[in-house]
Design a protein around this ligand. Structure first.
Ligand code: G6P
Ligand code: MN
Length: 457
């Protein structure tokens, strides 16, 4: 594919191939569902072939049967193929979704339990757990990036793999701007805030900048360019009608003056979130290990229709229980349907793919090299920021500079991220200790050393 030329218009109409690494992942049917919606519409440049690759053949079989049930009766549904190996999966791909979980949910449980055993937060992407997850994942992500460069240098890689900021930072060292990291939490925040401010989420303009799972919405503008954030911050009822407002509380949000990503709850309310996570009978990873393990075990013996129904039930339960400890720490409220409105990873990924493949200009919050967006960071450092995307890829838009408190956290976390990448690349124990010991949620380098030892990192 020539950069800047939409896939569908390269010569005559041609097929579009999407490869998913981590094709046996539980959320793959959501991506497939979004592809089916495009097939129903007969959209030009839509995906015609879906290639799945996974290291776990059993899970692949289950996911493939869920996809088969889901595609039944949909004309133009993409052909699904299971790849023989990584290179086979990558060759000929226009887009590669990298959505792997190195170490599986068992690894996630260790990333939570080891820090918790030392009195630190145990969480998948934040704090010591996120650093441990990065140390394990980056070498695999780099291998993938190298194989993409070798066999599919024209492909766009959309990285879903967590911790998405660090993994994208590492892959960009190999692939440059051909890798784009995504997350569903920023768009979720924007849409929820817009609705609470009485605006149409599809038409607002906004400034959102930070790092992955560490960003802030600092401006929200209506169709006439009017600033909506001060009014929203002043209106307690509207402000506490949605997820982030309930998590952080009106008083703190007014003191802060910006709307933080939900993951900042682990930083601003570190005492409460740590206590809630420590008190819970099981960690999120343990819950998912049980829930997902149950699903894959039960679905393996069922026909496609039953597997699909079981998947749908399991998915709903997973969404409803998301960030349960944080909600427990703030009064035990339930997620509402509007809190799920971000659309999830699948929607962000599909919107991005559509914009590139069809050259349709759109705005998305993405993890890309900042190129001066945040003046204090080097241009090639990955930031999560508002981008304009078209056939030539994403370009960060100028946004308001983060305030000193936000910038301070970003710089500290960027040092952590870069140390984690260096540690994973070189195997340097010092770099790993730097990554862990510099994390604002790790309160002692001596503890950091013990955590590294226990993790065998
Ligand atoms: C959000 C985050 C993702 C994360 C997911 C965890 O969508 O943006 O980065 O992977 O939550 O959900 P889970 O059900 O795995 O706890
Ligand atoms: Mn995310």
């Amino acid at each position: 594919m020539t950069p800047g030329v939409p896939v569908a218009f390269c010569g005559t109409f041609r097929l579009m191939r999407l490869t998913i690494l981590g094709g046996g992942g539980f959320r793959v049917p959501l991506v497939h569902r979004a592809l089916l919606a495009e097939a129903r519409l007969g959209s030009p440049g839509r995906c015609t072939e879906l290639v799945l690759y996974d290291t776990d053949p059993e899970r692949l079989r289950v996911v493939a049967s869920v996809l088969a049930a889901q595609a039944e009766g949909v004309p133009g549904a993409p052909a699904v193929r299971i790849a023989d190996g990584l290179d086979d999966a990558l060759r000929g791909a226009d887009f590669v979704f990298s959505a792997i979980r190195v170490g599986g949910t068992a690894g996630r449980v260790r990333d939570e339990r080891i820090p918790l055993g030392e009195g630190l937060l145990g969480q998948e992407t934040v704090g010591a757990g996120g650093v441990l997850y990065a140390l394990r994942t980056v070498p695999v992500a780099l291998h993938i990036a190298e194989r993409v460069r070798a066999v599919a240098p024209e492909a766009w890689v959309i990285n879903f793999t967590n911790p998405a900021g660090i993994v994208t930072e590492a892959m960009a060292r190999v692939l440059g701007e051909r890798v784009i990291g995504i997350c569903d939490s920023p768009v979720g925040l924007v849409r929820r805030a817009a609705r609470a401010a009485g605006a149409d989420p599809d038409t607002v303009r906004f400034d959102y900048t930070g790092l992955n799972h560490l960003g802030w919405l600092s401006s929200l503008r209506g169709p006439g360019g009017e600033e909506l954030l001060p009014g929203l911050l002043a209106d307690t009822e509207a402000l506490t009608s949605f997820e982030e407002g309930k998590l952080f509380g009106a008083t703190w949000l007014r003191a802060l003056g910006v709307l933080p990503n939900e993951y900042l709850h682990y930083y601003y309310f570190r005492r409460e979130t740590l206590a809630a996570v420590r008190q819970a009978d099981e960690t999120r990873g343990e819950f998912l290990d049980r829930q997902q393990g149950g699903f894959f075990g039960a679905a393996a013996g069922r026909d496609a229709g039953e597997a699909y129904a079981l998947w749908e039930r399991t998915r709903r339960e997973r969404e409803e229980t998301y960030m349960a400890e944080s909600r427990e720490a703030t009064g035990g409220w339930q997620r509402e349907s509007c809190d799920l409105d971000g659309g999830g990873y699948d929607q962000v990924a599909l919107a991005l793919m559509r914009a590139i493949a069809r050259g349709e200009r759109t705005r998305l919050v993405l993890n890309v090299p900042g190129r001066g967006t945040v003046a204090a960071l080097p241009g090639d450092a990955i930031v999560e920021t508002v981008c304009e995307v078209d056939g030539s890829g994403p370009r960060p838009l100028p946004v308001a500079q983060p305030g000193p408190a936000e910038l301070g956290l970003m710089l500290q976390l960027k040092a952590v991220e870069q140390a984690a990448v260096d540690a994973a690349v070189s195997g340097s124990r010092r770099a790993a200790l730097r990554a862990l010991g510099l994390h604002p949620l790790v309160d002692s380098p001596a503890v950091a050393e013990r955590v590294l030892e226990r993790a065998g990192a």
